[in-house]
Design a protein around this ligand. Structure first.
Ligand SMILES: Nc1ncnc2c1ncn2[C@@H]1O[C@H](COP(=O)(O)OP(=O)(O)O)[C@@H](O)[C@H]1O
Ligand SMILES: [Mg+2]
Length: 310
């Protein structure tokens, strides 16, 4: 991380940030940062530049995001290039993803089952990678999943090819070994995708991330997030209640898939099952996704980053 440097005007398109990045276009904003497509004039490439204002309490979140992202290197996780603290803001410079958020693709019904399955497999792999490095994301939701344009309309890519989805925004992450950031009671994340133990302010582990991912996939397959209510209070009341099994609305999907997702949405983390390894789907354009391979492969064949499922 660079040492703090002089003030940098946030500016608009065309302005130079940190003496090196020309702002091109505002890409989006979440609760904490504003993200720009920018040009790195030193290296001659385009990047994503996230500006997190320090007065808004962004300091802890920004450094948490930087430290978490720096531990990770995976095709389905947005790569962090640089983190820099300026006097007025914290900047994160990352790989630019040309695409859409999964939230937008769900909202526009622009997904078929094969793509949802491909995205799910990519995210399971991404979380396995993060968890193996002591990083719990804690804010897995469609707004934090970017789907690159190259994969649009295509069948899910096999492992080893460019990712069909990229997880971003580790600002709420919990890092193993960091006392300050692992304390319980700090409820972070987004209500409609939050595991019950997380909304209670309890211990949040890998099972909470997998619950959130299962809820994303449930929504992508069915078109409905069963937890989301008309108001935040209504949503909060639904957290932890049994959900209508996905199998009821999508009985045409393979039972092994719907069962795995339904089990992963159990209110108690201990009831969410062990893991399920999804085989990469075979190329097909059918609405029905290929049947995933259910059950744990023999231990000796498990890669660290193989897809432990929900
Ligand atoms: N690397 C990236 N490439 C392209 N767009 C991005 C990138 N990172 C973030 N975005 C866009 O900016 C939005 C907000 O980014 P995010 O990191 O989630 O900010 P926040 O911490 O405020 O939630 C995303 O939903 C997405 O639309
Ligand atoms: Mg976000």
């Amino acid at each position: 991380m660079r040492a703090p440097i002089g003030p940098q005007a946030p500016g608009g398109p065309g302005s130079l940030v940190l003496g090196r990045y020309s702002l091109c276009e505002r890409l989006g904003a979440g609760g904490f940062g504003v993200v720009w497509r920018a040009r790195d004039e030193l290296l001659g490439r385009e990047v994503a530049l996230k500006r997190i204002s320090l007065p808004d309490g962004g300091s802890e979140r920004a450094s948490r995001e930087a430290l978490a992202a720096a531990r990770l290197a995976h095709p389905a996780i947005v790569a962090l290039y640089e983190a820099c603290a300026a006097s007025d803001a914290f900047y994160l410079i990352s790989e630019l993803v040309r695409g859409e958020t999964l939230a937008r693709l769900i909202a526009t019904h622009d997904l078929d089952d094969a793509r949802v399955l491909g995205i799910g497999i990519a995210l399971v792999d991404a979380l396995a990678h993060a968890h193996a490095r002591g990083v719990i994301h804690r804010d897995v939701k469609p707004q934090n999943v970017l789907v690159p344009y190259e994969s649009h309309g295509a069948t899910p890519a096999p492992r080893g090819s460019p990712a069909v989805a990229k997880l971003t925004d580790f600002g709420g992450a919990r890092l193993a070994g960091d006392d300050v950031l692992t304390r319980t009671g700090d409820v972070l994340g987004t209500l409609a995708y939050m595991a019950p133990e997380q909304s209670d302010g309890g211990e949040v582990g890998e099972a909470a991330d997998l619950y959130s991912l299962a809820l994303i996939l449930y929504e992508a397959f069915s078109g409905v997030n069963p937890v989301r209510g008309p108001t935040p209070a209504a949503t909060a009341r639904r957290i932890g209640r049994p959900l209508q099994p996905l199998e009821r609305s999508r009985g045409d999907l393979p039972p092994s898939l719907t069962c795995a997702l339904d089990r992963a949405l159990a209110p108690c983390p201990d009831d969410r099952g062990r893991s399920l390894s999804c085989a990469p789907p075979s190329p097909t354009r059918s609405r029905r996704p290929p049947k995933p391979r259910v059950g744990l492969p023999p231990r000796r064949h498990r890669r660290e980053d193989s897809a432990p499922w929900v």
